[in-house]
Design a protein around this ligand. Sequence first.
Ligand code: ADP
Ligand code: MG
Length: 306
Amino acid sequence: MAHPLFSGSIADLQQQLAAQHYVADRGLAVSLFLAIRLRRPLFLEGEAGVGKTALAGATAAALGTDLIRLQCYEGLDISHAVYEWDYARQLLELRILEAAHTLDRSTARRELYSESFLIKRPLLQAIDPSRTRPAVLLIDEIDRADEEFEGYLLELLAEFQITIPELGTVRAAEPPLVILTSNRTREVHDGLKRRCLYQWIEYPAFDKELAIVRARVPHASARLAEQAAAIVGELRSMELYKAPGVSETLDWVAALTALGKDALDAEAFDQTLGVLLKSKEDIESLRGQDVAAVLERAGARTARQD
Ligand SMILES: Nc1ncnc2c1ncn2[C@@H]1O[C@H](COP(=O)(O)OP(=O)(O)O)[C@@H](O)[C@H]1O
Ligand SMILES: [Mg+2]
């Protein structure tokens, strides 16, 4: 059955993402395409800053639907992920009913546990049957949530339904497109992975990173964009405490451009290291290095990849 969000080809999908300034290589586009077609969640793993979160936003925009985001953290529980009764409003309503002397037990129960007192959190919003177009549901950084929560998700992703004891069962008319991400600070449970299609996102190679810079910082000079992409690639091959992600590349190019640079020089390199590297040790090990030499090594790397 055709998917209500997308019926095009893999190349179409890649193009629609590009229109949202997201550069997806063929491998990632195929995985996303299959997740849509097979109605399976897509599980993205990779270092921080390789474009996992951004893919969900770009996909929702490309498919013309809502992005619903659940940011995971330690201690995340059902009341923040699924739903919660609005206790304060229920109490107030109870007072009003009391004052009006209209209180009988079954009416009160019906009134107080109706949908208008329900606070819908992201997972419930995503399977809301009144939704006319399936949403993109981003479950971001699942590795930060507790394992118990993973177990709960596993059930939800199998059925796309949630039972609220006081109200009944809520079931999605059409399941959302689910994108889960992990920065791999711990292993995610096999059962959860098994339910999903899996895609590892690498740091981009030179050409891809250059395309990302051109898409995201279009006003930067072509030469600067190339030099920056090459140097970042070189830095990632060095023994650094924390390798720069794509966000750092983009910030760096934007910073250099803001300083009026259309090519890299030693002074600008030194002044903007803090945009690129976020640890004292890394900055110290780079500071005072010969930019020309780093550029040359970077150039050699790009030449090898051509
Ligand atoms: N393939 C890409 N195309 C366009 N922008 C990208 C791409 N990969 C990363 N970015 C940009 O890099 C930044 C970091 O990406 P993000 O999705 O937050 O990384 P992650 O979630 O993997 O840590 C974002 O500003 C994003 O726009
Ligand atoms: Mg992210």
